[in-house]
Design a protein around this ligand. Structure first.
Ligand code: ZN
Length: 224
């Protein structure tokens, strides 16, 4: 395990491949992959007081407020494990307030690096607008990577459709929200000297190589 204990944040537009890269890096470095969704689900499943608050927001489809998101993440870390052993955050922090609060949560275990996966807007529009998902199990496909039989899920036989939040209009809106919220976060980490930007165009393994090079270059100087 060459980067054991590394503490990372992944940033990138919707459709930039953050989730895929977080999973690959998590396996590569042997550290926990923490998506906001996972942390929310764990808190709800454990029925903690904060978990119940999260559930109330998720049930109504409302955005969980910053203050509660921070609290869930803080409680997750306090429960032990990833602070010492390392982690990759994916989908968090999402706002400048969350980024500032995260620095407080991690005051004794600071982030090592924040990786910004850069892809052109047209690229993510193509990627997301072509995306299709199984209504039953959530397996994802693409216009260029279809199920074997019509639009029937290879995994479970369910219908494969375009999700409402993957339409061109919905994606354009998500990109606007992303730009408004994330540009300040990128500036924040740049000022802290923790930001590295990586070209996110290419297949998953090419992008992973660039990320690993960036991470290892920072923590293992002279390694090849
Ligand atoms: Zn399915």
């Amino acid at each position: 395990m060459n980067g054991s204990g590394v503490r990372l944040v992944l940033l990138g537009k919707p459709g930039a491949g953050k989730g895929t890269q977080a999973a690959l890096l998590s396996a590569h470095y042997g550290v926990e992959h923490l998506s906001t969704g996972d942390v929310f689900r764990a808190a709800v499943a454990q029925g903690t007081p904060t978990g119940l608050e999260v559930k109330a927001y998720l049930d109504t489809g409302e955005l969980v407020p910053d203050e509660i998101v921070i609290r869930v993440v803080d409680e997750h870390f306090a429960a032990g494990g990833p602070l010492e052993d390392g982690f990759i955050l994916d989908g968090f922090p999402r706002t400048l307030v969350q980024a500032e609060e995260l620095e407080q949560v991690l005051v004794d275990h600071p982030l090592d690096l924040v990786l910004n996966i850069e892809v052109p807007t047209e690229h993510v529009l193509d990627r997301i607008a072509g995306r299709r998902a199984c209504v039953n199990c959530g397996a994802t496909y693409h216009l260029t990577k279809r199920p074997h039989v019509d639009w029937t899920c290879d995994v479970c036989g369910g219908d494969v459709v375009q999700r409402d939040d993957d339409t061109a209009d919905a994606v354009a809106h998500r990109l606007e929200v992303y730009a408004a919220q994330t540009v300040p976060i990128i500036d924040f980490y740049e000022k802290l000297g923790k930001l590295a930007s990586v070209d996110g165009v290419g297949d998953g393994s090419e992008v992973q190589e660039r990320l690993v090079k960036e991470i290892d270059g920072r923590f293992h100087p002279g390694r090849t």
